[in-house]
Design a protein around this ligand. Structure first.
Ligand SMILES: Cc1ncc(COP(=O)(O)O)c(C=O)c1O
Length: 464
């Protein structure tokens, strides 16, 4: 699909139109775009992103959203429902993360707009908590290299020094000794993923917890991806290591409702072992001429619709619903991993579960991505080393998808071998593959252009 498939089909709005259009006409235009785009992932060949993929569930969430979409949850006096929804989302998520095991704090949480939102709120909480209780003015935070870029973004925004720990290339887990050697008097917190985005592997959280406790720093567990699926897999008896509040030393956890919580996009939960962390980042401006202002997080106005839909998803599915989806996802992921392992040219990285990455020592793995792309497969790409990953979601659990993966993968391996023998470079490596020597001026310009394309309507216009 081109980036601008609609520019010759619909009016390009470069200015606010003087006269509005009939609602039905606007809706027809929206429907046409949605109907053109949904089939790309409905096949089950797209990694991640459409975690639920069930239109019936989406219609249910849309109705829940529609009832409260226009409500600003900052004004609680006119929407006590938001207090019920937000409080219950937090309580249910705390329950899922075994906050009942906490004896050294008062567990609390907050609902944010996404994984990045949860992560940056946790970073702000650690910064403010460390300033208040330890007098730290320029703190540092340690993440494994595999930790999500949201941590880099948050540290950048809040003036926190980021220290990046290497990972063991075999297990893809963080080098705990490196973390231990790099904690100092200004370390506000460290983190581990459960699981990380790139390889789907879980860092050794109990070891990190011990370290955090012994050195008096916080430990954030990034469960944005795994937070709403790994606990159910644990309940089902799959081999998933401990990563939640049962681990001493874990002081905060992020878990995205809008991923495996099957909520609408724009909802995540961040949980704290003790309310002193969360409350440290509250914002008050009592002397403002516009009135006494306070907000529990970074956002100002927030839509009640997203909170209502996230709540609705949780209570409608219940543990039973989440468990049954987790089982189907895990079984599908293991079937797909078996297909990968059946090719000696391919290597699965670390010991992943529902999200797995694979690479090859015999050819550039992006040849495999190239061969599978025309068949509708869309993987996420890694670099250093080049690898591709599949985050298995509900669309992959449809009948026939794992089987199609095995067939198409076998053909792709043959294709890759031929291309490699011919000395040809893969096509998709230009976008996903490692840039030798790191970021070049050309690569920076390419990325800037890519973002401009997303934001600047002029790009889609024919020349004047
Ligand atoms: C492990 C992990 N953490 C954080 C994030 C960031 O989440 P979001 O894109 O919702 O901001 C992601 C996104 O895929 C993720 O996989």
């Amino acid at each position: 699909m081109s980036d601008f498939p609609y520019s010759d089909r619909f009016t390009v709005n470069r200015v606010l139109p003087e006269r509005g259009r009939p609602r039905e006409e606007v809706l027809a235009e929206l429907r046409e775009m949605a109907q053109a785009e949904d089939p790309t992932w409905e096949t089950g060949k797209v990694s991640g992103t459409m975690y639920c993929g069930d239109h019936e569930h989406y219609r249910f969430l849309d109705e829940a959203f529609g009832l409260f979409a226009h409500v600003n949850v900052l004004q609680r006096d006119i929407c006590p429902s938001a207090t019920k929804f937000e409080g219950e989302i937090i309580a249910m998520a705390l329950d899922l993360m075994h906050a009942d095991a906490v004896t050294d704090g008062q567990p609390v949480g907050m609902v944010t707009t996404g994984g990045t939102g949860s992560i940056i709120h946790a970073l702000l909480a650690y910064r403010e908590h460390a300033a208040k209780h330890r007098g730290i003015t320029r703190g540092n935070f340690i993440k494994p290299e595999t930790g999500h870029p949201a941590f880099d973004k948050g540290c950048h925004l809040f003036g926190i020094e980021l220290r990046t720990a290497p990972i063991d290339p075999q297990t893809t887990q963080v080098d705990v000794d490196w973390v231990a050697n790099n904690i100092d008097a200004n370390t506000i917190a460290i983190m581990g993923s459960a699981c990380n985005y790139g390889y789907g592997t879980v860092d050794p959280i109990p070891q990190l917890g011990e370290l955090a406790l012994s050195r008096g720093v916080g430990l954030h567990v990034d469960g944005c991806l795994g937070g709403f699926v790994l606990p159910f897999a644990q309940e089902l008896g799959y081999d998933v290591p401990l990563f939640d509040f049962r681990v001493p030393g874990v002081t905060s956890i992020s878990a995205d409702n809008h991923k495996y919580g099957y909520a609408l996009k724009g909802a995540s939960t961040v949980l704290f072992r003790d309310k002193a962390y969360r409350n440290a980042q509250y914002f008050f401006l009592p002397e403002w001429s516009g009135g006494k202002y306070h907000s529990p997080g970074i956002e100002g106005s927030r839509s009640g619709g997203l909170i209502a839909a996230a709540w609705a998803s949780m209570v409608q599915l219940g543990r039973e619903g989440y468990r049954s989806y987790a089982k189907a996802i895990f079984e599908t992921a293991f079937t797909m991993q078996d297909a990968v392992r059946s090719h000696p040219e391919l290597t699965i990285m670390g010991s992943p579960t529902f999200c797995f990455a694979f690479r090859s020592d015999e050819f550039d793995i992006y040849h495999v991505a190239d061969a599978m792309k025309p068949k509708g497969w869309r993987f996420n790409g890694q670099q250093y080393p080049n690898a591709i990953h599949m985050a298995v979601t509900r669309p992959q659990t449809q009948p026939g998808v794992a089987e199609a993966f095995a067939v198409d993968l076998a053909a792709a391996v043959e294709y890759a071998k031929k291309k490699n023998a011919a000395g040809e470079a893969p096509i998709s490596a230009a976008v996903y593959g490692g840039v030798p020597g790191g970021m070049t001026e050309e690569a920076a310009q390419f990325i800037e252009g890519f973002m401009e394309q997303m934001l600047d309507t002029q790009q889609s216009l024919p020349p004047l």
